[in-house]
Design a protein around this ligand. Structure first.
Ligand SMILES: Cc1ncc(COP(=O)(O)O)c(C=O)c1O
Length: 334
């Protein structure tokens, strides 16, 4: 592999911890489970986007941009963290948000408060299912007309540059595994815009690691998600000159825990979020890590792992979204 020459900003001091989930492992009675606490990454209630932004923002600064423009759902962790990274770097930030199907109610949404508290320059809300790209391009053109320079970041920060953040994470996991003398057989992660899973696959391949990565889908069906991960893996590998092939069967995505659709709660997610809170005191989120943990629990119950396996669950963050759905977790008569 060519030496990676990509610049990186740093938003977290040191590696995120890996903790053994002894009580959860005992309750589930299967493999040993540990958790990689990427919910403790830096910026404003950090999560997996923080790692991608370290490379994306470095690229924006290198190109002389003064404004970051990105897009996502109303409750997007990626939008909140892009704005936080912009604040940290003294850049402006504009956001294009897609309205939920039941309409955008700013009062019912914690991110709206944070967007304004962090000083967002502009928010454009477009109808559910709308195409954000032309709106981002229009905003960039308006800035160019004023002599400013925008840097566009795709949904979820998932392009080749963003994926470098999870290549770096794979390296961090390998280093922690080496230092602690612990061999992880699997990493289980939520898989959405695919940068996390694609970056991990590229990073483990670069280290010639045997760790298998299982993505738990949060929106698409299996074939579509596996194709998305494989595409992004391939373009990232090409960008950095990564040698070595990945077998298509190494890209594993499980779509059985999505439920009725993206961000729509499921019984399994509610059970998973409660179980991890009540056995380990760790907060997951209802859209990503809650469904990913529901996937891990489901796979353990169906005997997917051997008892001597060690599974590393990647906590990708997102817990602020919990506070938008208290009704899912508070018993009716409390
Ligand atoms: C908290 C959280 N976890 C997981 C994901 C999914 O990661 P990726 O989009 O890289 O597949 C996201 C993406 O928005 C996220 O916000």
């Amino acid at each position: 592999m060519n030496k990676i020459r990509y610049e990186r900003r740093r938003y977290t001091a040191g590696p995120t911890p890996i903790e053994k989930l002894e009580r959860l492992s005992q309750v589930l009675g299967g493999p040993t489970i540990s958790i990689k606490r990427d919910d403790q990454l830096g910026l404003t209630v950090g999560g997996n986007k923080t790692r991608k932004l370290e490379y994306l923002v470095a690229d924006a600064l290198r190109q002389g941009a003064d404004t970051l423009i990105t897009c996502g759902a109303v409750q997007s962790n990626h939008c909140r963290l892009t704005l936080a990274a912009a604040v940290r770097e003294g850049l402006k930030c504009q956001l294009v948000l897609t309205e939920p199907v039941d309409g955008y109610n700013p009062q019912a949404n914690g991110n709206h408060l944070l967007f304004h508290l962090l000083g967002v320059e502009k928010i454009e809300v477009i109808p559910a299912g709308g195409d954000t790209q032309p709106v981002m391009e229009k905003l960039a053109q308006e800035l160019a007309d004023q002599g400013r320079k925008a840097y566009l970041i795709p949904v979820g920060g998932s392009n080749e540059v963003g994926s470098l953040g999870y290549m770096a994470c794979a390296e961090e996991i390998e280093q922690q595994s080496w230092e602690s003398g612990t061999v992880y057989d699997y990493v289980v992660t939520a898989s959405g815009s695919a940068g996390t899973q694609a970056g991990l696959l590229a990073g483990f391949l670069a280290r010639q690691s045997d760790i298998k990565v299982i993505g738990v889908n949060v929106s698409r069906d299996r074939a579509a998600q596996e194709a998305k991960v494989l595409d992004l893996f391939a373009s990232t590998a090409e960008m950095i000159g990564l040698r070595g092939e990945i077998r298509p069967e190494s890209v594993r995505c499980d779509d059985r825990f999505v439920g009725p659709g993206y961000a729509i709660p499921t019984e399994e997610m509610i059970e998973a979020v409660k179980l991890v809170a009540q056995t380990e005191g760790i907060l997951l989120d209802p859209v990503y890590s809650g469904k990913a943990m529901a996937g891990l629990i489901g796979m353990i119950r169906e005997g997917r792992f051997a008892n001597e396996n060690h599974v590393l669950f990647l906590h990708t963050g997102g817990s602020p979204a919990l506070y938008t759905v208290p009704q899912l977790f508070i018993p009716e008569r409390s």
